[in-house]
Design a protein around this ligand. Sequence first.
Ligand code: ADP
Length: 253
Amino acid sequence: DTDADQPTLQVPKSPQEISELGHVFNELLKTQNKRLQRERDFVSNASHELKTPIAAIRGNINLIKRHGDKHPDVIPESLGFIDEESLRMQNLIKNLLDLSRADRAELILKDVDFSKLAQNIGTQYQKTIAQHLKLEIEPNLHISGNDDTLKQIIVALLDNANKYSSEDKPITLSLKEVDGKARLDIADLGIGIPDDQKSLIFQRFYRVDVSHSTEIKGSGLGLSIVSQLVKLNNGTIEVLDNQPCGSIFRVWF
Ligand code: ADP
């Protein structure tokens, strides 16, 4: 037998090398622990968010079972709750799936007529959801990107602008070339975002307090999905204050 082919174990030679290796190992452990903690937080947040609608659905089913016969008047209201809460759960699950897909995906980017895409989505959105949407789109802006996810980004930002402002205040979608890049702005005149919360809103499940208290429904996942998708399209996203109030979500490609 010869052990000439066996891999040889690299033994650190000096105390300094040993201490350097120890340091590298500790850093690796720290990164790993942080990732594990983030994953644990994510699972516990997701479970918590799913528990709430399920409890409401089960509560209302029990109510109908126990009192539906004698008090049929409870039925429509309970069915209304069940309808609403199951829809909330459906949306949440859709968001969770989007997020896990965006986490793993690598997109094939190709030439996209971004002006045409934004114009189409904007016109459709005006017709079906928000007549108060204004479009200011420079023609013929091309970027390298992926149609479906670009569309998803625009719709999610329009949905938020619509959700966090009132119908009598216009929302604006503008697209123009600035410094050789395409700049997409989705601006509203709504409740705005305090400075100290601006970096936090892109984190998973994060919601600004005021959106809880004003009963605007949401999971806090929308913007984390948007920022993943922006990254996959090689873009960047930031949020600014609009004048005299509200926010501008600005995406650069
Ligand atoms: P969701 O809207 O489901 O709560 P998002 O991830 O889309 O989750 O947004 C996170 C938080 O950022 C929201 O809860 C809200 O507090 C804030 N936010 C997002 N968009 C706007 C906006 N256009 N105006 C004001 N606040 C916003």
